[in-house]
Design a protein around this ligand. Structure first.
Ligand code: NAD
Ligand code: IPM
Ligand code: MN
Length: 371
């Protein structure tokens, strides 16, 4: 049988820097274990625009559709701010999500004990935190029609985006959330704004329907998303799985990042329907962006991207034991006191570079796998 295939799209800014560290992890598994992958690499975002005049070439899209998993670094940057909206780097990522139909975006926020003092919140509030935000990723206001900027016929202009959700779109992401909850703390909190949005009313009713008809054993609660944002900062440990729409999920997951100490810590998995081989269509990427302010300086934290690969091991390749190994290695390097610059704050601790952090994770993987 051939090895499982991975397409790597490093992208822009710190994307290629953090992806280089993931590459080391993949190579380590290839050399030392039975987890061997066929890896290919291609362009996305600004890098693809520079080469082809489009943020995602059709050939790259076709490759993404045919591999077992895609790993993506980050896209975007100030250099591309002047581009027409239709060819901005972010459009490449959105096309991948939409055409691969990656409707369930899993964004876990876990606070490693060694980092409990790095959160902007008190240690008590975040220590031991382990929540999962499930963000709907292929619909809602990101994709709804009509959209655009047009004349308002009164001498001004109007910018339009449309929030739109169908029964099926809500039910399928709700099922993903309930399935995950059964394997975790068995609780789902659904967030919308049913008090002001019709799409929110439908969201609440359909999530409740899936619960009552298919997952009555899972505890379900509903919360307005604004109150949810507040509760996420007040007492995040009340949550297990949060399921929410595309835009609210984007905002809530960046907020959740600060519970873990840094945006450089948060991985994600974007999953779609099962392919012929039974694996879900999947793309793995850190929650953070291309961080133009630190790009090219070797300062980026590669952990979010490395943990995204761990999610690939778990959700695409059925290698949960190897995913655990990567996660325990990350925990070990943090417990040993290694910090990239985003995690500084302790006196007398000098930051390590992106590649030093990657090397330390590899060393920890090797140590722990021998133990
Ligand atoms: P960002 O996530 O790139 O950066 C926000 C802040 O977090 C910056 O101060 C940055 O230095 C820091 N940061 C982010 N990742 C880090 C890491 N791994 N290590 C250390 N520090 C890190 O968000 P932004 O500045 O709002 O956006 C920059 C560009 O990235 C924009 O073009 C945006 O559209 C794009 N973006 C892309 C993605 C993606 O590719 N998935 C996600 C978010 C933003
Ligand atoms: C994210 C990013 C993206 C989003 C952008 C870059 C398209 O912020 O993945 O969280 O808004 O979904
Ligand atoms: Mn975001």
């Amino acid at each position: 049988m051939s090895n499982p295939s991975i397409l790597i799209l490093p992208g822009d800014g710190i994307g290629p820097e953090v992806m280089a560290e993931v590459r080391k992890v993949i190579d380590w598994f290839g050399a030392n274990t039975d987890a061997k992958f066929d890896v290919s690499e291609d362009l996305v975002g600004g890098a693809a625009y520079d080469a082809h005049g489009t943020p995602l070439h059709d050939d790259t899209m076709a490759k993404a559709q045919s591999v077992d998993a895609v790993l993506l670094g980050a896209v975007g940057g100030p250099k591309y701010d002047v581009l027409d909206f239709s060819v901005k780097p972010e459009r490449g990522l959105l096309r991948l999500r939409k055409e691969m139909d990656l409707y369930a975006n899993l964004r876990p926020a876990q606070c490693f004990d060694a980092l409990a003092d790095f959160s902007s919140l008190k240690r008590d509030v975040v220590a031991g935190l382990d929540i999962m935000i499930v963000r709907e990723l292929t619909s809602g206001i990101y994709f709804g029609e009509p959209r655009g900027i047009m004349d308002d016929n009164e001498g001004g202009r109007v910018g339009i985006n449309t929030q739109r959700y169908t029964t099926d779109e809500i039910r399928r992401v709700a099922r993903s959330a309930f399935e995950l909850a059964r394997r975790r703390g068995n609780k789902v909190c659904s967030m919308e704004k049913a008090n002001v949005m019709e799409s929110g009313i439908l969201w609440r009713e359909e999530v409740q329907w899936v619960h009552d008809n298919e997952y009555p054993d899972v505890e379900l609660s509903h919360m307005y998303a604004d109150a949810g944002a507040m509760q996420l900062c007040r007492w995040p440990k009340q949550f297990d799985v949060i399921v929410t729409d595309n835009l609210f999920g984007d905002l809530l997951s960046d907020a959740a990042a600060m519970l873990t100490g840094s945006l450089g810590m948060l991985p994600s998995a974007s999953l779609g329907q099962p392919m012929e081989n039974g694996r879900p269509k999947a793309l793995y990427e850190p929650v953070h962006g291309s961080a133009p302010d630190i790009a090219g300086q070797g300062k980026a934290n590669p952990i979010a991207c490395i943990l995204s690969f761990a999610m690939a091991l778990r959700y695409s390749f059925d290698m949960g034991d190897k995913a655990d190994l990567v996660e325990r290695a990350v925990e070990k390097v943090l417990a040993d006191g290694l910090r990239t610059a985003d995690l500084l704050g302790e006196e007398g601790v000098a930051p390590v570079s992106t590649s030093e952090m990657g090397d330390a994770v590899i060393a920890a993987i090797a140590t722990l796998s021998d133990a």
